[in-house]
Ligand binder design. Structure first.
Ligand SMILES: NC(=O)c1ccc[n+]([C@@H]2O[C@H](COP(=O)([O-])OP(=O)(O)OC[C@H]3O[C@@H](n4cnc5c(N)ncnc54)[C@H](O)[C@@H]3O)[C@@H](O)[C@H]2O)c1
Ligand SMILES: O=C(O)C1=N[C@H](C(=O)O)CCC1
Length: 267
């Protein structure tokens, strides 16, 4: 039998957070003990509009939530500036963070990695919980050895705060691990309109599209002599992320350092 894991969710009214509340309450060995919200301090979740009838407390203050409810795991699905703070506060209170919130810089990751190591506590930051997206990133990394000219096009809904997406950044970082840095396109190319060639990480171009109607989509296009290869993933809904969130909650109980990316825990 699986050991019970007690969980706090930050961002329970959000598009992802509300799916996570559903997933956690439907998983027999997960127990939702509290939520952290940007409002509704002191209420019960069942009294918050459009929330499920759960008799659990709502906190606005994360440290107080951790001190009073002692969860095993925090699932954070809030926004970039908040996710970083919650991650640190969780570690300081001996709570293992599973962070789906995106917008982490290399410097943030380094600092948070050191903090988790110092505390010998598991933490997972997953820019994309969809298993298909993780495979898309790994396939792109593999293919980049053979087709090193690469452009990433990521497309998201127009409520997204960060650009480029965490997934696009992670894809470029995975490719950077196996591909030499290279200048792509014509050496003399110039942008007549600023941004026309997109953002750039180690020579890889990243283009961000934001439109209503989209959820989360990415194409990695690679070009070689007389050929192109396109590796593409689409999330049609937020339920697509939940098996990955569940996997991360289970995995974070068995590590003692920060893991960045679900590819490191999928066998
Ligand atoms: N890793 C993944 O697979 C994945 C998938 C989808 C979205 N995301 C990321 O998850 C985050 C949330 O996405 P979303 O689409 O659900 O956004 P959303 O705007 O629908 O929800 C965010 C929620 O966070 C809440 N919030 C804001 N500040 C808060 C605070 N201080 N304390 C508690 N809650 C707070 C808001 O009230 C809102 O309900 C984003 O960073 C997004 O990029 C990651
Ligand atoms: O909806 C979002 O926001 C998403 N963000 C992630 C990212 O930045 O890569 C991935 C999935 C959806």
């Amino acid at each position: 039998m699986n050991k019970e894991i007690s969980i706090v969710i930050a961002g329970p009214r959000g598009k992802m957070g509300s799916e996570a509340v559903r997933m956690v309450t439907e998983t027999p060995h997960f127990k939702l003990v509290a939520v952290i919200d940007s409002r509704n301090e002191g209420m019960k979740l069942k009294d918050v509009a459009d929330m499920p009838a759960l008799d659990i407390p709502v906190y606005e203050d994360a440290p107080r939530c951790f001190s009073e409810t002692h969860p095993d795991v925090l699932i954070d699905l809030t926004k970039p500036d908040v996710g970083k703070v919650h991650l640190e506060q969780a570690l300081e209170h001996n709570v293992r963070p599973v962070i789906g919130t995106t917008g982490f810089s290399d410097a943030d990751l380094e600092r948070l990695k050191n903090l988790a190591t110092e505390r010998e506590l598991g933490a997972i930051i997953a820019p994309n919980f969809a298993v298909g997206a993780v495979l898309m990133m790994k396939f792109a990394q593999m293919a980049s050895r053979y087709l090193p000219d690469i452009e990433i096009i990521e497309k998201h809904h127009d409520q997204k705060l960060d650009a480029p997406s965490g997934t696009a950044l992670k894809t470029a970082q995975l490719i950077r691990e196996v591909r030499e840095s290279k200048q792509q396109g014509h050496p003399d190319e110039k942008e007549d309109l600023k941004g026309a060639r997109g953002a750039e990480l180690d020579g890889i171009r990243i283009h961000s599209i934001r439109l209503p109607g989209l959820v989360a989509h990415q194409e990695v296009i690679m070009g070689g002599e007389g050929q192109t290869l396109t590796i593409k993933h689409d999330s049609m809904n937020r339920a697509s992320f939940m098996p990955g969130v569940k996997l991360a909650v289970e995995a974070v109980m068995n590590v003692d350092h920060l893991v960045y990316g679900l590819e490191n825990i999928i066998e």
